[in-house]
Design a protein around this ligand. Structure first.
Ligand code: ADQ
Length: 453
């Protein structure tokens, strides 16, 4: 029987025109090879429905429904109120509840059963992200022997932070049921290896693989990217300015889901500090686009309020009748508009305190005019900084450092901007979406034979 690819992710595209980094990357991979994409239906159900087909071409899309309780406890609860803050070094924001832990195990067991019902022996299974850490273990328990790969889109936690999990010792065991663990950066691979190194059940093989009890697991970084050509084409489209008649003369841009990991409060403070310290009478705008995200979670409500307050304070302090320093848009913006906004910006601010990769950094670079490019100001804590070393790298905890970087970006001579842009663009072009999925799937096909294989 021919090989078939089965992709599993919490989010699944409902329409035929997917958007967003992860979704586009997987769409491309599946469109090329055919196969099945399985994910959670955006509407809840009673939790016992069979898989629902929501699309058939160019590949099959199958959705399962969560109950409202599972959505609250597995998705908003354990995934986004325990694992997300844990992996983003915000242990202080963890909201640990027994119901969350139980729902997470229950949903993973159910999804494993749904996969086991459709899998055939030559299928390749590719599981995505922190919603499904234990899925391979559940699948193995059901007798599934296929090659199973896992890709983590967010940072791999530091060894010490794993103790914040309910059963820290079972984490390495559950990951070692995968044949291949893909991570965003070499730093993430190092942290994952550190976890195995600390575990007496793990042993390091000469080929770099890890032997864990009777299983062998491969680890490798696969930095995710974007389709640079497609984004550039959007940026170049001949369309009216998204600003309408309010086009600022010079502006910096930020584009992020409104998430506490994106370092937004300090970014706003840094812009205020820059305004405070500037010596000329330049009046740049800072345009921040931050659509709401996970609004039912308390920590996200808190960051929304905090940001509104800071934006109000900065504007109250610096605004003039014909100049609003911060334009804060708390809404999604069409992709074409985003691309055009990037192209005309003098600089982009990416100041995450932790971030798996950060695709906005790559989108900004792809959208620039190479003759007169804007400057990328990039947090050292974003995965993108590992290779995009020619961006202006900043410490997102240090407001003065970021204020200085904003000044440096706005005053940077053309030649230096071009040199830095060329280097960053090279990285963006080397890490396209097609390359990413191709490299991962090649590694999964060629890693050690699975159990019983
Ligand atoms: P995210 O945390 O969502 O992704 P990011 O990589 O920046 O972060 O991707 C966000 C995507 O959403 C970008 O393509 C961006 O253009 C888009 N977007 C943001 N704001 C928008 C708006 N207002 N309107 C429309 N689109 C908007 C997670 C990890 C990242 C990792 C990706 C992919 O947290 O670190 O890079 O997965 O692996």
């Amino acid at each position: 029987m021919a090989e078939r690819l089965i992709v599993v992710s919490n989010r699944i595209p409902m329409g035929d025109n997917p958007s967003g980094g992860l979704v586009v990357a997987l769409h491309d991979a599946l469109a090329r090879s055919g196969g099945v994409w399985l994910g959670a239906h955006p509407e809840t159900g009673d939790g016992s429905e069979p898989l629902e087909e929501i699309g058939r071409t160019p590949y099959q899309r199958l959705a399962f429904r969560l109950t409202q309780e599972q959505l609250d406890n597995y998705y908003l609860g354990f995934s986004n109120s325990v694992l997300w803050p844990l992996c983003h070094r915000r242990g202080d924001l963890i909201d640990m509840q027994r119901d969350y832990v139980d729902a997470y195990s229950q949903v993973n067991a159910r999804v494993a059963q749904l996969i086991a019902d459709i899998v055939t022996p030559d299928d390749l299974i590719w599981i995505h992200d922190y919603h499904f850490f234990p899925l391979a273990r559940e699948l193995r328990a059901l007798g599934v022997l296929n090659r199973i790969g896992f890709f983590l889109h967010i940072p791999f936690p530091a060894l010490g932070d794993l103790s914040m999990l309910p059963e820290p010792e079972s984490f390495a065991d559950c990951l070692a049921h995968y044949n291949l663990i893909g991570l965003q950066t070499r730093g993430d691979v190092a942290r994952c290896l550190e976890m195995f190194r600390a575990d007496p059940r793990a042993e390091f093989l000469p080929d770099g693989n890890v032997k864990f009890l009777d299983r062998v697991v491969s680890l490798k970084s696969f930095p995710i990217g974007i389709d640079a050509g497609a984004f550039r084409a959007e940026a170049l489209q001949d369309a009216p300015s998204p600003f309408g008649r309010e086009t600022p003369e010079r502006y910096l841009i930020g584009v992020d889901r409104l998430d506490y990991s994106k370092g937004l409060p300090n970014r706003f403070r840094a812009f205020a500090r820059y305004l405070e310290n500037r010596t000329t009478d330049t009046r740049p705008c800072f345009v921040q686009i931050a659509p709401p995200s996970r609004e039912q979670v308390q920590a996200y409500q808190d960051i929304t309020r905090e940001l509104e307050e800071i934006a109000g304070n900065v504007n109250g302090r610096f605004a003039e009748l014909d100049w609003t320093p911060i334009r804060y848009i708390h809404r999604p913006v069409p992709r074409g508009d985003l691309a055009r906004l990037h192209r005309k910006a003098s600089a982009c601010l990416v100041t995450s305190t932790a971030d798996g990769m950060n695709l906005v950094a790559k989108e900004f670079v792809a959208a620039q005019d190479p003759e007169d490019p804007g400057v990328l100001v990039l947090s050292r804590f974003a995965g993108a900084a590992e290779d995009m070393t020619e961006a202006v790298l900043v410490n997102p905890y240090d407001v003065d450092d970021m204020a200085r970087a904003i000044g440096e970006a706005l005053d940077m001579p053309l030649e230096e901007r071009q040199r830095r842009h060329d280097a960053c663009l090279k990285v963006v072009e080397q890490t396209g979406t097609a390359q990413w999925s191709h490299d991962f799937l090649h590694a999964l096909r060629t890693c050690i034979p699975p159990l019983g294989g």
